[in-house]
Design a protein around this ligand. Sequence first.
Ligand code: ATP
Ligand code: MG
Length: 353
Amino acid sequence: MATSRIAVIAGDGIGPEVIEPAIQVVDAVIRKFGGGTLEWNRLPWSSAYYKQTGHIVPSDGWETLAKHDAILLGAVGSPDVPETVTVHGLLLPMRRKFDQYVNLRPAYLYDGVPSPLKNKAPGSIDMIVYRENTEGEYAPVGGRLYEGTAADIAIQTAVFTRRGCERIIRAAFEAARKRPRKKLTSITKSNALPFGMVLWDDVFNSVKKEYPDVQAGSLLVDAAAMDFVRKPEVFDVVVASNLFGDILTDLSAMVTGSVGLASSANINPERTFPSMFEPVHGSAPDIAGKGIANPLAAILSTALMLDHLTMTAAADAIRAAVAAVLKEGKVMSPDLGGTASTTQVAEAVMAAI
Ligand code: ATP
Ligand code: MG
């Protein structure tokens, strides 16, 4: 049976608190369901590591990472370390260097988890957002002139390429085709942003012709924000630019109960470089060290990792165990209204497995 090598960057704050239990859950599920073996390679890269060494990734770090089959990341970010080090030194370069152009973020309303929206049946919200992850509004293009003076000017340029639009849109169509509802919604703001977003629409309308079996539609982002709250059940697969996808997935996480349940994958579909799996939440300095972080977002992210490694039975078993724990409702972390600790939640998942 093949062994997959997993690089683990637990990172800062609650990152290590949720990643170690998630690793234990994966080891437990593999003991039970098999399907392959994993080798965990823990890398200490974090804000603390930066404070000791002056860099967050060592000089041969990207080469080291590239030798792995997948990367499992907790969170990087610390109130006393600038985001130029964490976000712009590790997270964003990883997505670009490893061409992880698909940021996949599922949102599912589990039985037993109350939605802040009224009258939502379990399973009624069931969407996957495909967020473009390498260009768009997060392209590091722009500059600042006359900083701090009355003439201060900032230029922040979004970059949309035909290739970039086409590959994320195609990935979303492929995903929609495999789901029962076969529905895809593209989100733009073409009425106000008449260049990049119009290119996106052009590409969407041309790729659409190759997928007559998929019900494809477009929505402006402001209308989408309303509908994510007003009628989130209409969405199946959603495809959006880097910025819009980022914002809308915080919204989709909230309408399904808690950011503590939101998992994500940063995927390089061609597998030229490793893909990366991480909870949507950050390092949560406000609750770090208290042992109360919800580990389910990290645990569900490992299920996405097992999907990518084609260890499907193990991935499905993790999702089923999480669903069972939530449905039973006895072991819930504080973000879901309970009193259970991080460890207790992870142990309940292992028991359900
Ligand atoms: P980032 O900049 O990395 O996105 P952020 O500042 O947006 O981080 P998070 O770290 O995601 O913030 O935290 C946002 C809020 O959600 C905080 O109040 C935090 O305590 C809460 N939170 C985040 N993750 C969890 C979790 N796993 N369990 C419980 N609460 C969480
Ligand atoms: Mg955030």
